[in-house]
Design a protein around this ligand. Sequence first.
Ligand code: NAG
Length: 380
Amino acid sequence: MNTTTRYVILVVVVLVALHSILSFTHEDYGRATSLSNINSKMPWGGDRDSPYEEVVAPPHPSSPPSSHGRANATILMLARNSDTDSALRSVRELEDRFNHQFHYPWVFLNEEPFSDDFKKRISNVISGEVEFGQIPRDHWYQPEWIDETKAQAGRDKMVQDNIIYGGSVSYRNMCRFNSGFFFRHPLVQKYKWYWRVEPDVHFHCDIDEDPFVFMENNDKVYGFTITMYEYLATIPSLWTTVKQFITENPQFVAEGNAMGYMSDDGGNSYNLCHFWSNFEIANMDFWRSEAYMKYFDYLDSTGGFYYERWGDAPVHSIAAALFARKDQIHFFDQIGYEHNPYTHCPKGNGLWQQKHCSCNPERSFDYDGYSCMRQWDRIQ
Ligand SMILES: *[C@@H]1O[C@H](CO)[C@@H](O)[C@H](O)[C@H]1NC(C)=O
């Protein structure tokens, strides 16, 4: 044999060996090159746009089998550098219970730059992509046009009355940001869905069905796990303002809305029921809609976020209940969730066993005296 022949034989042998090793050890490679599949990729082999394309794509070690079925979604957390340990615990739990299977990207927002320590330690427990962003000043701080003397008087009164966070300006900044700005942040703008997560919360059950895909497929807008009453002292003029807004803009009120959950007298007064917004899975295009943007600007222009202490929970909840249909709001019973001091723990349908929940179903907040689940149930 001359050198060329020997060389050709060697190459053939190596190729055959490589093929059989790959076919044996790598399922995707085997499927991609087996004859029937090569056939199906040929013009006469049927549908060229078949989802099969996804299977033969080069396998990526961190992408799950269902990654092509993922929603346009992010998991979002507002946090400070001083929250590193508690943020880490929330992230770790949600990764373990849910995201290690789905690899949704996380976005972290802060009014200051995140420290290297925060970024390094958070990235270390995340299974997919993560981005860290800073909030633009004018999305966070009290606007110039707020009358600070009046705002101070409002805060002093709430401190006297022992209202939680009554004297805090930064709490008010956060509520206003969560009401009207987070979905406009450049890192968040590119997504449709978000799951809001806070430091120091707990996820008690396996989440093996994708809640974003569920929302998308079922035409949902807003998802919650806990509903309760708001403190009237924090929102004395909110409902009057809402009523003025809908009188001036009746076109935004949806047919089949959830007014019956929020009002016991057909909309005349607010019963203070709201969805607890530290957990939210929702469609940001709803917040970006003309209805919500006009509603937010209207509320904001009264200064109520600073003169009173309007929370993003009643602001979001009232909008979801009025501008969406009630069947577009979803109660995520199977997601065991805890934010001190309250827990939602699934009780019925064997969910607690099926999802390996670590919470105590006897302590679930659902029908606690302070819960609004009864008001939710009555409109179902
Ligand atoms: C995701 O949703 C956002 C907001 O609706 C949209 O701007 C963006 O184009 C979407 N991205 C994809 C890949 O569909």
